[in-house]
Design a protein around this ligand. Structure first.
Ligand code: BDR
Ligand code: CA
Length: 301
């Protein structure tokens, strides 16, 4: 089993990432850490603890950094950052250390832990700045080889903290990017809703509610009624890499562009002559992905 720390900002699709990380048999989920992104830190941390209570996830949850966060995403995730359903009271799992300290301790103790990041890379960069000697693997949801979603060329997680993304991509670590190219293939089509409904469990019902809210905002903002469920794709890249197609490529983060701050500039054809610094996910076996994702929901009961 692969030891994993999930660093997230729940967020509807982050909840799917939490469930997949908690229930996939290939993953040993050691901790959940939170970062400001979809909502401010206090809201996303409370959301993470509520989801732990719902799904019976029993790992430490540590709050991370609230700054810099360029902004939140209420147009997609609502005022609570997780609108659309009723969740239980937060589980009593909040660690008395911060996200960076907890992750540092786990890496010191357990060795090759993989950090799956599904929010801005602020916590991960803070860890790498503090302890450049640590060598986690990092798989993150963010960026794109082409267009963005928060600005024409920047994806939300990278746009929220481009300097942090730059630290991660310049670290020399084994880094996997699951950008919009691949996460836009993880669409929740009507059959996904139907399969959740058919499970008739409290968790599946809540996940259905969350997806309905996510579908309505995605339709409103992006004209996409089958919303892309981005974040669990980064978990799948670790738990079931055979579901994805990857290429190695050099990625630069645009830090100064007048119109393009936060864009990931991916050299897919080697025209810069630079060495690859990441594995970039380009394609997803969508049917298998949903089988694996929904099996995890079912396993949690
Ligand atoms: C990313 O931004 C957030 O709104 C989602 O949770 C996901 O991590 C998609 O661009
Ligand atoms: Ca997220």
């Amino acid at each position: 089993m692969i030891p994993v720390v999930l660093d997230c900002d729940p967020g509807h699709d982050d909840v799917f990432a939490m469930l997949l990380a908690a229930a996939h048999p290939a993953i040993d989920l050691r901790a959940i850490t939170t970062v400001a992104g979809n909502g401010p830190l206090d809201k996303v941390t409370t959301n993470a603890l509520r989801v732990c209570a719902l799904a019976g996830i029993d790992v430490p949850v540590a709050a991370g950094l609230s700054q810099p966060a360029a902004g939140n995403a209420p147009s997609i995730h609502g005022e609570s950052a997780l609108d659309g359903t009723d969740l239980p009271e937060p589980a009593d799992l909040l660690a008395d250390e911060d996200a960076v300290t907890l992750t540092e301790r786990l890496l010191d103790k357990a060795g090759p832990v993989t950090i799956v990041a599904t929010g801005p890379l602020t916590n991960v960069a803070a860890l790498l700045r503090k302890r450049p000697d640590l060598r986690p693997r990092v798989a993150f949801m963010g960026g794109s080889c082409g267009r963005g979603n928060w600005t024409p060329l920047a994806e939300f997680n990278i746009w929220a903290d481009p300097e942090a993304a730059d630290v991660v991509l310049s670290s020399g670590l084994e880094v996997t990017m699951c950008g919009l190219d691949v996460t836009h293939q993880a669409t929740a089509t009507p059959d996904v809703f139907e399969r959740l409904r058919a499970m008739r469990t409290p968790i599946a019902d809540r996940m259905g509610d969350l997806l309905r809210f996510f579908a309505s905002t995605y339709d409103e903002v992006f004209g996409m009624p089958d919303p892309p469920v981005h974040d669990p794709v980064a978990v799948a890249a670790v738990a079931a890499p055979e579901l994805l197609r990857f290429v190695d490529a050099p990625i630069a983060v645009e830090l100064t562009g007048t119109h393009t701050r936060g864009a990931t500039v991916v050299d897919l054809h080697g025209v810069t002559g630079k060495p690859a610094n990441a594995r970039v996910a380009l394609d997803l076996d969508r049917a298998e992905f949903w089988d694996v994702m929904l099996a995890a929901v079912e396993r949690l009961g």
